[in-house]
Design a protein around this ligand. Structure first.
Ligand code: SF4
Ligand code: SF4
Ligand code: SF4
Ligand code: FES
Length: 956
């Protein structure tokens, strides 16, 4: 689906109003909604008024005076960007006088602008150049020798874009984009009059300022002043293809601007429903990993993990894998092998992996990384509301009056949604943050939380009960909503439970550490402040009571009637790009696609008929059970597509021991990741740029992923799974991923109406999409809950087994940062390392001082699972007693520390609570030394394979 490179810019944003206004522009009758600017009204009717400081993603500013028009009956020449339409207005956009005025403006600009158009990076995509042409500029009367900025120094500090002040026309677009679109306020115009120039921070280089490299300023700059370095290197693109970001669960739509098969830049798509033209540093700039030299492009096999890899043909690798799986099943039984579905791969690829396991392996031993992140969301929301997914669109936040952010850090992990949220907060919505850390949202430019409930890690359920206690005992309930929409008996039992004195904020203070009056204030605000929405993340789910906390959140939404319309709801912020999709596709061992339990014979028979096999009615093994079974000697083979379980799962040493015990591990990935070091077959994966398919984001939005270049290793991941199935004597016949989606739609009621044709037509679709909702479902549970009546569930707080002791007196909690993504396999192979080149241990100054720990010094962190060494970052963001780190670098070993404690319902690991001791050290931990040796050996074994010459590398 090729797109136009330069989209039409209407100059000012679209207005929403029920009133229409008719006016005349250049003799034409034009009707637009009230509040529309003359500039936009003209553009919508095909008349383009010259402009420089206006662009349709930003509020009009009226500084360049190029867009002047004549209005009958009015004196002077008003700016069409800042003048709203009025009924009966008669506007002229062209006249000799207007031409003269515009030419005059352009002369001033050009007299202080380098005339290097032919060699300028923006040549072919420069609005200043275009306006010079449109206004008919032929000479500059002031000459070029006056005072100018032509010698201004270039700022090249940002790895992805340059700032060339000599080309700046001080249109202020970048400053406004940083404020309005991104909400970071990193830019100002410093100086006055002729001296005025764009300034990051306090006249600092971009990299030293608060800039988070989202690219919004670069996007709106009408000249080459702010310019992508890739465009400077490669020149302007020649075509573009719409696709979806492969990083986080926001699922931003991008135009991949291409030159042949080479990406020139990724431009956020204005028509993208999840992001509406905005981006973050990862999707916008950090795509270079896709062509990184570390990509493994040839299939490889080896008998033992101590052997060198041997490059083989696709046929040989797949045949070897299939024979090994058959051998293992013959020796150890049908259930001795399994597969892992990737939340980074497409829906279609995930569907095929679980189908391979169920149909070709003949068991239900399939799981996905959602096990370690949002499986409690699936369970908790299904129990209470009836559907395992968030209830809203991202846009819904524009209608929220109160926003609760619990256990999530959107400015780092879901940045584009965070910008949208911050915009609403700047408009006056109130904010409650529930988090052990002082995350950026608590206080950032023009945003301040009304309440920060800085609870102790592991006490979410206690806090949720305390909030519910206030709502129930102070009579802040939505009684009508509860009576009409919820199960009465369950409600009464729950109400009586939360009303118990032991659940009061005062009683819970000792558990949560949060002062009772703050809990009472937050509860009152949530219940009475208007539309209230809860956004939560892994700080809720990754606990021993993760599922309980999710149900507690759903209870709060129901008791206050905050569900079933815009501006409210229960919104899990999903981590990986397709974690919602991988769950939807039946990647859990107990569920077929569409969340139907494998024990449900009707659904099972439907799939059995379609697939021509018998499906086992008993759930298969979850990932942690696979590890345990491997160590017991009953689980011996694994097909792992696009996941790095060694780095991402808790208690690395346990995972590594389990993998070492298996006889055949098949890893399909784009890089030699940590898991692949334990593998016997390596199948080269394909990046999101190399295949067709779909991703489903945190709002249940299904978006197309489109192939912009051929797979570097010849085959897309879905093609490889088909070939593996064939060698396991199971035939899968699909010529294109659209045919896989057609099968998913046929077999899954919530997807009945989904097709590639409809996705092309609508841009994206939020499931359920079927006969009842042919265009999809932006808001769920509108008139009734998916399960019929909403069900309150009692959520009793049970303290985790992971307790601080004299030996381990601190709690370690983990998370992410903006520039890195998950295990870092992608972002570590980009310039994003300039922002974060190693994982750090954040520690409160008091705890640091007590232990003699200095900022930047090495610290050993020890838990009952293991120990590692990181550099310390002494930070007031932490509360005393709590330390924090990220897990983006394998050598940091954050998951050497985390334990096997897990959620009671789903086995989701308790990453957020590990009792640790921290002390200054001088050398790496024993694990790190062992890891370094093992990793070195594995890279040598890989190096040997890469020296061998290639044979036929295609699938036979
Ligand atoms: S850097 Fe670009 S967008 Fe910003 S003021 Fe200069 S020309 Fe305008
Ligand atoms: S890249 Fe984003 S954060 Fe940085 S200055 Fe530009 S708009 Fe602001
Ligand atoms: S917010 Fe998420 S989906 Fe959007 S560009 Fe950033 S990483 Fe990609
Ligand atoms: S575009 Fe209207 S004043 Fe600049």
């Amino acid at each position: 689906m090729l797109e136009q490179l330069n989209e039409k810019d209407f100059g000012t944003p679209r207005r929403i109003s029920e009133q229409e206004v008719t006016l005349e522009i250049d003799g034409m009758k034009v009707t637009v909604v009230a509040g529309t600017s003359i500039m936009r009204a003209a553009a919508e009717s095909g008349v383009n008024v010259p402009k420089l400081c206006a662009t349709d993603s930003l509020e009009p500013f009226g500084s360049c005076r190029l867009c002047l028009v004549e209005i009958e009956g009015r004196k002077g020449y008003p700016a069409s960007c800042t003048t709203p339409v009025e009924r009966g207005m008669k506007v002229r956009t062209q006249s000799p006088k207007l031409q003269e005025l515009r030419k005059g403006v352009m002369e001033l600009y050009i007299s202080d602008h380098p005339l290097d158009c032919l060699t300028c990076a923006a040549n072919g995509n420069c609005e200043l150049q275009d306006m010079a042409g449109v206004t008919g500029l032929r000479e500059v009367r002031y000459g070029y020798d006056g005072e100018n900025h032509l010698d201004s120094k270039k700022d090249e500090s940002n790895p992805y874009f340059t700032y060339d002040a000599s080309k700046c026309i001080v249109c202020n677009r970048c400053v406004r984009a940083c404020e309005e679109t991104q909400g970071t306020y990193a830019l100002t115009i410093s100086g006055r009059g002729f001296e005025s120039r764009v300034s990051p921070g306090q006249d600092q280089p971009f990299m030293d300022s608060e800039c988070v490299s989202c690219g919004a300023c670069v996007q709106v700059c009408p000249t080459a002043t702010l310019q992508e370095k890739t465009v400077i290197a490669l020149g302007q693109a020649e075509h573009s293809v719409v696709t979806t970001c492969a990083y986080c669960g926001v699922g931003c739509s991008f135009k991949a601007e291409m030159k042949g098969n080479e990406v020139v830049r990724m431009v956020p798509n204005k028509d993208g429903h999840a992001n509406e033209g905005h981006s973050c540093v990862k999707g916008r700039f950090a795509w270079g990993y896709a062509t990184h030299k570390d990509r493994i492009l040839k299939p490889m096999i080896r008998s033992r993990i101590t052997d060198p890899w041997k490059e083989v043909s696709w046929d040989e690798a797949l045949t070897y894998a299939a024979l090994e799986f058959k051998r293992i099943q013959k020796k150890y039984g049908r259930d001795s092998i399994g597969g892992i579905v990737s939340s980074r791969c497409t829906n279609e690829e995930g569907y095929l992996v679980q189908k391979l396991v169920r149909a070709a392996f003949g068991n239900n031993n399939v799981d996905t990384c959602a096990r370690v992140c949002h499986s409690p969301t699936g369970y908790g929301l299904k129990q209470t509301l009836g559907e395992s997914a968030g209830t809203q669109t991202f846009k819904s936040v524009e209608h929220s009056d109160v926003i609760v952010v619990m256990g999530a850090n959107p400015t780092d992990a879901h940045p584009v949604f965070a910008s949208r949220m911050k915009k609403r907060l700047r408009e006056g919505a109130r904010l409650i943050v529930i988090d052990p850390r002082h995350i950026d949202l608590v206080r950032s430019p023009h945003v301040e939380a009304d309440f920060h409930l800085q609870l102790k890690p592991g006490t979410n359920v206690a806090l949720l009960s305390a909030l519910a206690h206030v709502i129930v005992t102070e009579g802040l309930l939505a009684t009508d909503f509860i009576a009409q929409r919820c199960e009465d008996k369950a409600f009464q039992q729950w109400r009586d439970f939360v009303a118990l004195p032991e659940n009061s904020p005062e009683a819970m203070h000792e558990v949560t550490g949060v002062p009772a009056e703050l809990v009472r204030g937050a509860a009152r605000l949530y219940a009475t402040g208007g539309n209230a929405a809860i956004y939560y993340g892994l700080g809720v789910t990754e606990h021993a009571q993760g599922s309980t906390a999710v149900m507690g959140i759903a209870n709060l939404a129901m008791v206050t009637g905050n569900i079933g319309r815009e501006g409210v709801g229960v919104n899990p912020l999903r981590g990986q790009n397709n974690v919602q999709g991988s769950c939807d596709m039946g990647s859990f061992p107990h569920e077929l696609p569409g969340y139907h339990h494998v024990s449900d014979s009707t659904t099972r028979h439907l799939f059995e008929q379609a697939w021509g096999v018998e499906i086992q009615p008993e759930p298969g093994l979850r990932i942690p059970n696979m590890f345990d079974a491997a160590l017991e000697g009953s689980f011996m083979g694994l097909y792992c597509q696009g996941e790095d379980i060694v780095q991402s799962d808790p208690n690395i040493q346990h995972v590594a021991a389990a993998l070492s015990a298996m006889e055949c591990i098949v890893v399909q990935d784009i890089f030699m990741n940590e898991t692949a070091m334990y593998a016997h077959v390596f199948l080269p994966g394909s990046s999101f740029l190399e295949k067709d398919g779909t991703f489903t984001n945190a709002e249940r939005r299904i978006s197309r992923v489109r192939k912009v270049m051929p797979p570097k290793a010849v085959y897309a991941d879905w093609e490889v799974t088909i070939q593996l199935a064939k060698r396991l004597d199971y035939q899968m016949d699909y010529a294109h991923p659209s045919e896989i989606m057609d099968e998913i739609a046929r077999l899954t009621p919530t997807f009945h109406g989904v097709s590639y044709a409809k996705l092309d037509q609508l841009g994206s679709i939020q499931w359920p999409c079927n006969d009842e909702a042919p265009l999809g479902t932006p808001t769920m549970h509108v008139d009734h809950f998916v399960r019929g009546k909403g069900k309150f569930i009692i959520t009793k707080y049970v303290a985790t087994d992971e307790k601080v002791t004299r030996r381990f007196p601190l709690i370690l909690t983990t998370g992410r940062i903006l520039s890195q993504y998950n295990v870092g396999a992608q972002t570590r192979r980009t310039e994003n390392v300039q922002w974060h080149e190693q994982d750090l241990l954040e520690i409160h100054p008091h705890d640091a001082e007590e232990r003699g720990i200095k900022d930047g010094g090495w610290v050993g962190i020890q838990s009952r699972a293991g120990d590692t060494v990181l550099r310390a970052k002494v930070s007031e963001r932490m509360q005393p007693g709590v330390v924090y780190t990220t897990f983006h670098f394998p050598e940091s070993g954050a998951n050497v520390i985390t334990t096997e404690n897990s959620d009671w319902a789903t086995n989701c690991p308790e990453y957020k609570v590990t009792a640790v001791q921290v002390k200054p050290v001088t050398e790496p931990s024993e694990w790190q030394k062992k890891y370094t040796r093992f990793s070195k050996v594995q890279h040598e074994l890989l190096g040997k394979a890469q020296q061998t010459s290639g044979k036929d590398k295609t699938i036979a």
